[in-house]
Design a binder for this molecule. Sequence first.
Ligand SMILES: [Fe+2]
Length: 249
Amino acid sequence: MEGVELHFHALPGVDDGPSTVDESVDLLRGAAADGTGIVVATPHVRGDFLTDVSDLGERVREVQAAVYAAGLTVELRRGAELGHDMVGRLTQQELETLAQGPRGSRWLLVETPFEPLDEPFHSATDELRDRGFGVVMAHPERSADASVDGAVGLLRELARGAVAQVNAQSITGAHGAAARQAAFVLIAQGLVEVVSSDAHGPTRPALLGEARARLIEGGIDPLVCRSLTFGGPRRLLARGIPSAAALVA
Ligand SMILES: [Fe+2]
């Protein structure tokens, strides 16, 4: 089974990921070598990076064409790593263009701040749910919420239907000891649905295979490790997260 990357900075020139199409192709070549078949391109959509999402589809098509021209078969999809500061600034249609999952179960990848999770963050995710979108929390293990505050903010989100995505580089230790410790604790507690690379470039490459190996070395059940990198992300794409509106209906 091919892996799926739900968090991957694959588009050139829009954030702190690759600068050129060639760099994007190199990054995606690493994903292909890692056994990945689908990559959701998730540029930072937040106040200090990209705020106009109108041409993301065209940018994805440009990189997809270059990927195919390079002889790779990785399928690219349009997505985003949404800063919670942007939720109130994007129209329903704009949010829809960044979402994944089937109709009625669409979801958005939301960046977890490094700081403790505060009321503005929870208000933003509540607004997303009110507007019909489930929430996937990007790298909660990198937040002080998990490393210092006992993941109280994450638990609040999970109770409201969110799911957690941990970074491969947290598992390998590249994000530091605190993030590694938090990643293993959250995974051992069964609170994590997905591991993704959150790739940005040569120093932050595709690492799903490496993360899976490190998790198994670290005592995580191999079936869980496979689910985090294969089944979990595939389920999220295929089934999505039922929205509160859909549940009520
Ligand atoms: Fe990211």
